[in-house]
Design a protein around this ligand. Structure first.
Ligand code: SF4
Length: 337
């Protein structure tokens, strides 16, 4: 199957497809990490999900990419576990299922090596974690049709007040009027994305937000009253690193291709996408597909290597070489390797 990073075809797209097409375009246009549907709050993860996140590589990006293709667990990065000395992981993380899962996960993705000493289980990172592997983070809110704004204005205000990302951008297909702009926070950027022409027009440049200081997380907004949480600088820095880590591990090709003869990943606005020939559009497998669909033709899902596409189209490195010089498992975790 011949698929190329910049091979775009015209398509009419809905909101979901608009987001996928935008991700494909952003990834093809620059050497960045693109991901979608990531938590964008610090105090309460349920308060905000960011549609699309762009992570611009920093000075030591390659060092991070060589550690693992996956998200490094937050608990590990916020613990005293480092690359030099082996440490008792129970002392470093404490007891509990969450700590065990973080250790198990970090071992499985290749960032921890293990040793034993008189019955104690010791771990260390396979290499120093590069703190400046990412440079800027751009949070994008997709709203192709501004006549259906929903909670758009509140979401943009949330992102600007918190300052988790370096800049916040609204991406739309609609014509942006002065009345729209007057309702947006001054700091946000506005881009028009045409998914058929596959082009972006920058209408307003985004302002740089103060990511190196505290932020205000809006908890609840009612008429005449807004409840907030103050987010201190350290918590925000940790949340930024976790957001970048999640983006690195997750990417944006999180869709599945349905077991239907009508799906054709060679068509559509980008290669490898869930394009349905029956409906002539991108589909969302879990919502659109199944035996009840009038076009359903049982077949094996097309053999598209989504991770391979990501590796070809972005700086993400798939399955980097194992760096461990010691054991790669604890006895108690061997069964999960
Ligand atoms: S199940 Fe229906 S929507 Fe899904 S790919 Fe097949 S024809 Fe298209």
């Amino acid at each position: 199957m011949a698929l190329w990073c910049n091979e775009f075809l015209p398509a009419s797209v809905g909101e979901y497809a608009f987001e996928l097409a935008l991700c494909a375009h952003l990834e093809s246009a620059d050497d960045v990490i693109v991901s979608r549907q990531l938590g964008g709050a610090v105090v309460d993860a349920d308060r905000r999900v960011l549609d699309v996140v762009i992570v611009e590589p920093g000075r030591t990006f390659d060092d991070r990419a060589r550690l693992s293709e996956a998200t490094i667990p937050r608990r590990i990065l916020e613990s005293p576990i480092g690359a030099g000395t082996f440490r008792d992981w129970r002392r470093a993380l404490g007891d509990g299922i969450a700590a065990e899962k973080a250790i198990e996960r970090a071992i499985n993705i290749g960032v921890l090596e293990v040793d034993h000493d008189r019955g104690r289980e010791l771990v260390r990172l396979v290499d120093r974690y590069p703190k400046d592997w990412f440079d800027r983070i751009i949070a994008i809110e997709n709203k192709p049709y501004l006549d259906e704004p929903g909670a758009l204005y509140e979401q943009l205000q949330f992102d600007v007040s918190l300052g988790l990302a370096d800049s916040v951008v609204l991406v739309t297909e609609s014509y942006v009027t002065r009345a729209h702009r007057n309702r947006f926070p001054d700091e946000i950027g506005i881009w028009r994305f045409d998914p058929e022409e596959v082009s972006i027009e920058v209408i307003t440049e985004a302002s740089e937000l103060a990511t190196d200081g505290p932020g205000i997380e809006i908890a609840n907004r009612q008429t005449g009253r807004t409840e907030i949480d103050i987010v201190d600088t350290t918590s925000k820095q940790h949340a930024r690193r976790h957001l970048a880590e999640r983006a690195y591990g997750k990417g944006w090709r999180t869709y599945r291709l349905p077991p239907c003869g009508q799906v054709d990943p060679d068509r559509g606005p980008f290669p490898g996408g869930p394009y349905c020939s029956h409906f002539d559009r991108l589909i969302r497998q879990e919502r659109d597909c199944g035996p009840r669909c009038p076009g359903f033709e049982p077949a094996a899902p097309p053999p598209v290597d989504l991770a391979g596409l990501r590796a070809r189209c972005s700086p993400w490195i798939r399955n980097p070489p194992d760096r461990r010089s010691h054991q790669s498992s604890l006895e108690r975790f061997t069964s999960s390797q």
